[in-house]
Design a protein around this ligand. Structure first.
Ligand code: RP5
Length: 209
């Protein structure tokens, strides 16, 4: 099993066991394995406004790209494994209570028959941004179509397959929050300026990208 530090860098190590306590029906401490890279120190006191949820530990390889962007933008967020088919009760409680806990946007990553984003959107009014995870069998086309083809009435904003989609989902979530947060709007503007500044005008011979 891989563990991840605050910057989302993988490192080998034993399984981390986190006890998560949430209000209401989610009151009993949950035993969760995997990505719970919560903020520490001063950031720990700030309630998360973005929920990053994923159907499996294996999705963290994709979704940590979103966490990395949120770290760069200094947006408090939480990460949870919430599987629509393996932990349906956890999904129900998470989606039902997300808004009251102060979350503003949920980014949901899933692969295969990826019903996590749609089921989450069905149970909360919060904007749900879906990230299709690349799969071995169908290269993520299964995930993409499962997430993007929501019947009319319950929207899931769907992003590209893989880490590019995860990064964009985080940036889109930031843009939503920036509508009512001037300081974040400035940070997002600066982030985009740094990205532009980092692009060379001419290709280098040895550069790989
Ligand atoms: C989905 O099944 C998850 O979102 C994941 O992408 C996929 C495979 O899960 P694992 O078998 O790797 O746990 O629920």
């Amino acid at each position: 099993m891989r563990l991840h530090d605050r910057k989302g860098n993988g490192r080998q190590g034993p399984a981390r066991v986190s006890f998560i306590s949430l209000p209401g029906a989610y009151n009993a401490p949950l035993l969760a394995f995997g990505p719970t890279p919560e903020k520490t120190g001063s950031m720990a006191a700030i309630s998360p406004v973005i929920g990053l949820i994923m159907g499996s530990q294996s999705d963290w390889q994709t979704l940590r790209a979103a966490a990395h962007v949120l770290d760069e933008l200094d947006i408090p967020h939480e990460t949870r494994i919430v599987s629509a088919h393996r932990t349906p009760d956890r999904l129900y409680a998470y989606a039902r209570e997300a808004r009251d806990r102060g979350l503003k946007v949920i980014v949901a990553a899933a692969g295969g028959a990826a019903h996590l984003p749609g089921m989450t959107a069905a149970m909360t009014q919060l904007p749900v941004l879906g990230v299709p995870v690349e799969t071995t069998a169908l290269k993520g086309m299964d995930s993409l179509l499962s997430i993007v083809q929501m019947p009319g009435g319950i929207p899931v904003a769907t992003f590209a397959i893989g880490t590019g989609g995860a990064r964009n989902a985080a940036l889109h979530a930031a843009a939503i929050l920036a509508l009512s947060d001037d300081a974040l709007a400035l940070r997002l503007e600066a982030w985009r300026r740094r990205q532009s500044d980092a692009v060379a005008e001419r290709p280098a011979e040895t550069a790989t990208q």
